[in-house]
Design a protein around this ligand. Structure first.
Ligand code: FUL
Ligand code: CA
Length: 643
């Protein structure tokens, strides 16, 4: 069999005239995309980089992170809700859009859904005629922001949850949101599911199979009704694998979705992506400006600082992912003043860093320009446009670009971008400065993608060189820019430490149902969050597991603080517990507190549960009823709140 004739790109006439070589040189064809390339909607989404999340529902009024589903709609009653004020805060922070929790896991709907009464229709707010989704989406339009929806698949209120009828209900609600609130830029699908809930009064645990929600059909509905919208945790955008706002270094925008593996390893891959990958599936970093996703007055002084937010920006946007920053409206329906102050500070720093490109007046030259065609010249990387790019010849995989800065310049941030429609081409790169008559390397890294921010010590030079040190296809670079970040920002970036609670002097761990060697009960009260109590492996460590403490003297017990393990592992994170107290370590009586620590796998932050009314006792027992992953319980610290 004869192979088909390759089709020539050279017109036969030109070849005969002997002109084709010079014709090609004057108009070199752009390079072919390498590997999976982003869709148009993904390219547009990449350009947003920074947008906001609004977590608002009954939880705002019950002080919870996960509502059980039995909350009365009457408790939802913000006193001063103002969607315009919220949108202004987001816009002034530099956000490009807002995503609203239209329905969280509790099932309460912030819009008057036709398919349930468990909604705002039954709330006193706006006389039962309100629609938060309408007000927020309209305000976004007025303030130049895009709007997106979050509709929790897990619904702890719905009686039919885990049965086929609920999937129909979910799709009906999805259609309402997709058709009644204008163009959506993102539709957010949450993977969280804790099992138990109210479920119409059944109050039980319900498990679902992996294919329960029929995702392919849900995706089809979104494509049909909102063709421009991206889907998070759907076909377009992947979760970054944590709720800390931090992408891997490097973080590839490509991924192999078929490669299945255990949860922890999979989350690590979500964090870093796969190189090479079979599809374009970029990461979004969802993170809250406070420890929790919903507003809690107790966290008013634990709002991330401007410097901490800048740090997150570098670790998300600066690694090619996007930053979805949550701002929880409070019981007034406003963003709290402390959060606003942080956002203002953040915006000021970001503007001061990126407002000036210190490579602005520079002259760019390159070791290789594709076909010597000015459309691919080095200057395309410094013209401020993401639609133009510098590109080398097909065979030149490690070209270099030099910036002549005219005068000695000091910078400590370098911003790089690849031309995304051609895929992720660059594997590794290095940066050099010209000093004492030779090149000297000051930075290097792997992956560029949508954006790559190098952040280092001050560099002073009048010439900078970008060296592509490995690439899978000839690089296409659409930006190199130099910036200077004020030194103060870096030193202030570490986040405030978690609630410390009472000093633990004189405390003793007098009993534990079980413990592992090296992880004895005493480690939960040694004041060191790096050490932990861990119940015995296997059956002996199965809940219930008690940890009993002697506080040395009668102590005011206003609540309990649970510090989850801080080693990044997720085994044994407590999510159901009881607290008992006793005057003598013998009589314990009924629990003085019990409940749920929500969202422990995705966001294992310090937990505090209240004992109300406060108790006075010398002995304390923490009983673990359940852990998030079913493994024997762990606790880095158990403490008591000061207030
Ligand atoms: C998680 C949820 O369980 C949290 O409550 C929050 O909504 C976060 C954005 O996603 O999976
Ligand atoms: Ca400890």
């Amino acid at each position: 069999m004869r192979p088909p004739m390759p089709r020539s790109i050279i017109p036969p006439g030109a070849m005969l005239a002997g002109l084709w070589i010079s014709a090609l040189a004057a108009a070199a064809p752009p390079p072919a995309p390498h590997g999976p390339a982003p869709s148009r909607r993904q390219v547009e989404w990449h350009a947003l980089e920074f947008y906001g999340f609004l977590h608002f529902t009954v939880n705002t009024f019950t002080d919870k992170e996960w509502g059980y589903g039995d909350e009365s709609p009457e408790i939802f009653n913000p006193t001063d809700f103002d969607a315009d004020a919220i949108a202004r805060v987001a816009r002034d922070a530099g956000m490009r859009g807002l995503i609203l929790t239209c329905k969280h896991h509790d099932g309460f709907c912030l819009w008057p859904s036709k398919f349930t009464d468990h909604s705002i229709k039954k709330s006193p707010w706006r006389g039962g005629k309100g629609d938060v989704v309408r007000e927020v989406s309209d305000a976004c339009k007025r303030h130049g922001l895009l709007f997106g929806t979050y509709l929790s698949p897990w619904d702890r209120n719905h009686p039919e949850y885990a049965r086929p009828a609920y999937v129909e209900y979910y799709r009906n609600q999805l259609r309402e949101l997709l058709t009644q609130y204008g163009t959506l830029f993102e539709v957010w699908f949450d993977g969280a599911n804790g099992g138990d809930g109210y479920y119409g009064g059944a109050r039980e645990r319900r498990q679902i199979a992996a294919d329960y929600y029929g995702w392919e059909e849900n995706y089809r509905i979104v494509r049909e009704l909102q063709p421009l919208a991206t889907m998070f945790s759907g076909p377009d955008i992947r979760w970054v694998g944590n709720e800390a706002g931090i992408a891997g270094d490097p973080c590839w925008s490509t991924f192999n979705r078929d490669a299945s593996q255990a949860e922890a390893a999979y989350r690590d891959r979500l964090n870093r992506g796969d190189r090479p990958g079979t599809e374009w599936w970029p990461a979004e970093c969802d993170v809250s400006i406070r420890p929790g996703w919903f507003y809690h007055a107790a966290e008013d002084n634990r709002v991330r600082s401007p410097e901490n937010l800048v740090d997150l920006y570098f670790k998300s946007v600066g690694r090619g992912a996007s930053l979805l920053l949550n701002l929880p409206p409070d019981r007034r329906g406003r963003i709290h003043e402390n959060d606003i102050a942080s956002l203002r500070g953040f915006r000021k720093i970001i503007d001061s860093i990126f407002g000036t490109d210190l490579a602005g007046g520079s002259r760019a030259s390159a070791s290789s320009v594709r076909g010597d065609d000015p459309r691919f010249a080095a200057g395309n990387a410094t013209d401020g446009s993401r639609d133009t790019y510098w590109c080398s010849d097909d065979r030149t995989l490690t070209p270099e670009l030099v910036l002549d800065l005219a005068k000695p310049t000091t910078f400590n941030v370098v911003s790089l971008r690849e031309f995304l429609p051609l895929g992720q081409r660059v594997d590794t790169w290095a940066l050099d400065r010209w000093a004492d008559g030779r090149w000297e390397e000051f930075g290097k890294g792997a992956a560029i993608g949508n954006r790559r921010l190098w952040r280092g010590a001050d560099v002073t030079t009048d010439r900078v060189r970008l060296r592509i040190t490995a690439a899978a296809a000839c690089p296409a670079i659409s930006e190199i820019a130099l910036h200077r970040e004020p030194a103060e920002v870096r030193t202030a970036a570490t986040q405030q430490a978690a609630t410390e609670g009472m000093p633990k002097t004189g405390w003793r761990a007098i009993a534990a149902t079980s413990q592992c060697p090296g992880h004895e009960a005493a480690r939960a009260i040694d004041g060191d969050p790096k050490t932990l109590w861990q119940a015995a492996a296997g059956g002996d460590g199965a809940p219930p597991q008690d940890l009993t403490l002697d506080l040395g003297k009668a102590t005011r017990i206003r609540g309990i603080i649970y510090v989850p393990r801080t080693d990044g592992k997720s085994a044994g994170l407590v999510d159901k517990f009881q607290v008992f107290v006793s005057p003598d370590g013998k009589d314990w009586g009924e629990p003085v507190a019990s409940g749920e620590f929500a969202n422990m796998l995705a966001n294992p932050i310090v937990q505090e549960a209240r004992v109300e009314p406060a108790a006075n006792a010398r002995f304390l027992r923490f009983r673990v009823l359940h852990t998030a992953d079913g493994q024997p319980p762990t606790a880095a610290e158990i403490g008591l709140p000061l207030r």
